[in-house]
Design a protein around this ligand. Structure first.
Ligand code: FA5
Length: 339
């Protein structure tokens, strides 16, 4: 039986064939099983010797089948490897790789600068309540300041946020009053929407990047320090700026920081409406009412806020004359900006 088994096993090429052999030798009517059954015809002495031999044979065959099963599996695996598609990783790829949008590049750069200065980055909703967009930043119903922006209202009474300041209240409530010596420093970029007459410097969909710092003795000098750090890093050179008083109901005092137009160098061009300056960075000290509505005690804390025109900043950085390029989907032009 042993000889017959090893002859037949050596011819096996598949798992099906192996199973057939297993049945032929170890199955209910298999050769080994028959031998085991025949033991009952022997006397006690013979049974002892033959029983041992048959059991040994049975174990050997079982083991041989298990081993052969493994060999077959390895052979199949080897076959799969050999027939698998082969890749040559050294051949240069012809797949086109996308690039970041220029606004994203500038946004990431500013986020990195502010992160090193200890700012947290927050993400604000694009659909906001009237309360967050207006009331909570001190622009009550019927206040003339609401005419400053033409708002896209949704049917459910909510609106597309007209400025990133719409997130101020939510963020103040999320973090609460700052701990002593640990001012709250947050940066929150976002897409804003206004029903504008579109021209070279006005879009109906554009980006702002807002920042806030609130603590026990935050002053205008902190504000100016951070604004300077921001612009020097972005432009990698000293930039000419001018500060004018600016009115926003949510800051007191408020300022407008303008940057010398990079397109014409201050000579005057359509991008800067022939003034030589681009309105870029309104800012100011957060109004006490806004702090109160955010749950922060204005008698104890002060803070500054700024609302950078991120899209306009990208125009100045990359010398883009017309704001409409950003939303144009013109990849040929947009992908030239890489850093
Ligand atoms: C605001 O939106 C204030 N929320 C900013 C602010 C925040 C002030 C915190 C004080 C404290 P303003 O409407 O000026 O302000 O817009 C801010 C900037 O967004 C502008 O300087 C400009 O760079 C940019 N901006 C405004 N409207 C458009 C537009 N239609 N297209 C492109 N950029 C725009």
């Amino acid at each position: 039986i042993k000889q017959q088994f090893s002859d037949e096993l050596s011819a096996v090429k598949s798992r099906d064939e192996l199973e057939k052999i297993r049945v032929a030798f170890l199955g209910k009517k298999g050769l080994v099983t028959e031998e085991l059954k025949n033991l009952r015809n022997l006397n006690a002495e013979e049974k002892k010797v033959a029983g041992m031999q048959v059991n040994m044979l049975k174990n050997e065959i079982e083991q041989a089948i298990v081993d052969y099963q493994k060999t077959l599996e390895e052979m199949e695996y080897q076959k799969q490897i050999e027939s698998a598609e082969r890749y040559d990783y050294s051949i240069p790829s012809e797949v086109e790789v996308g690039t970041l949008h220029p606004i994203t590049i500038v946004q990431k750069k500013i986020e990195d600068i502010f992160k090193t200065m200890g700012f947290i980055i927050e993400d604000g909703l694009e659909i906001q309540t009237e309360y967050n967009n207006f009331e909570a930043v001190n622009i009550p119903k019927n206040h003339p300041a609401r005419d400053m922006t033409d708002t896209y209202y949704l049917e459910n009474g909510q609106l597309l946020k007209t400025h990133t300041s719409a997130s101020q209240n939510t963020i103040m409530k999320k973090y609460g009053a700052p701990k002593p010596g640990e001012p709250l420093k947050v940066l929150f970029p976002g897409r804003c929407f206004r029903n504008e007459n579109i021209d070279a410097s006005h879009e109906n969909t554009f980006f702002q990047l807002e920042g806030m710092m609130i603590g026990e003795d935050i002053s205008i000098s902190n504000l100016i320090y951070f604004m300077k750090a921001l612009l020097t890093e972005v432009f990698q050179r000293e930039v000419k700026v001018r500060l004018r008083p600016g009115f926003f109901p949510f800051v007191e005092p408020g300022f407008e920081l303008d940057i010398n137009c990079a397109i014409c160098g201050g000579e005057g061009c359509p991008t800067c409406k022939h003034s030589g300056w681009v309105e870029l960075l309104p800012c100011g000290m957060i109004h006490p009412n806004v702090l109160s509505m955010g749950g922060i005690d204005p008698d104890k804390y002060t803070g500054f806020a700024f609302g950078l025109g991120l899209t306009r900043l990208a125009m100045m950085k990359y010398n883009i004359k017309d704001i409409r390029l950003f939303n144009s989907g013109n990849l040929k032009q947009l992908r030239q900006f890489t850093k």
